[in-house]
Design a protein around this ligand. Structure first.
Ligand code: IMP
Ligand code: MG
Length: 188
């Protein structure tokens, strides 16, 4: 993979480019067209998982040629066991009622899949007309919980990544591309 482009290359903790900006944008247009086709006559309610999904959701929504609506949810880990138990706490719940709505969850990255498994179960209990998931990234090489992902923009190799909404300690969400984060250089 190529290095990150200037001027971002001055940040030595940024590693290889995983998804360049032009590739990212082209794929999102494609996903938007597909969602527009799939949701004809049943406009979707996009549910973004904060904070990571906000950049992706903003671009994806503008690539969908339908009267979409928006809501957001924030979840947080339940102690240190969350990554393995999949128990998550809802920090900010939705404002809208999901009854009879065509809900499309928008997530930044699927790692173990436990967060999404929990969310899917939780939202299904609210009687939506349909419930699908759109993920920007899926990390490969992980014994991911079987989550049914309707739309995936990119499958990426097993490295920690930042940019395009994804952070490390709240930094780098505003990078217009996705790249590897070098923990060793950053001294963590
Ligand atoms: P899962 O429950 O194991 O699928 O964890 C998914 C969540 O972990 C995502 O929504 C992200 O918030 C976070 N996460 C996982 N991998 C990365 C990464 O490479 N960069 C930034 N955040 C990540
Ligand atoms: Mg997240």
């Amino acid at each position: 993979m190529p290095p990150v482009p200037p001027p971002y290359d001055i940040n030595l903790d940024l590693g290889e480019l995983v998804v360049p900006e032009d590739v990212l944008q082209a794929r999102i247009l494609e996903l938007g067209r597909q969602i527009t086709e799939d949701y004809q006559g049943r406009p979707p309610l996009l549910v973004g998982v904060l904070k990571g999904a906000f950049v992706f959701m903003a671009d994806l929504a503008r690539a969908i040629d339908l009267p979409v609506e928006f809501d957001f949810m924030a979840v947080s880990s339940y102690g240190a066991a969350t990554k393995t138990s999949g128990v998550v706490r809802i920090v900010k719940d939705l404002d809208l009622d999901l009854t009879d709505r065509h809900v499309l969850i928008v997530e930044d990255i699927v790692d173990s899949g436990l967060t999404l498994s929990y969310l899917r179960k939780n939202l299904l209990a609210r009687n939506p007309a349909s419930l699908e998931i759109c993920a920007l990234l899926v990390r490969e090489g992980n014994a991911a919980t079987e989550v049914d992902l309707r739309y995936v923009a990119f499958r990426i190799p097993p490295a920690f990544v930042v940019g395009y909404g994804l952070d490390v300690a709240e930094r780098y969400r505003n990078l217009p591309f996705v790249c590897v984060y070098n923990e060793k250089v950053a001294g963590h």
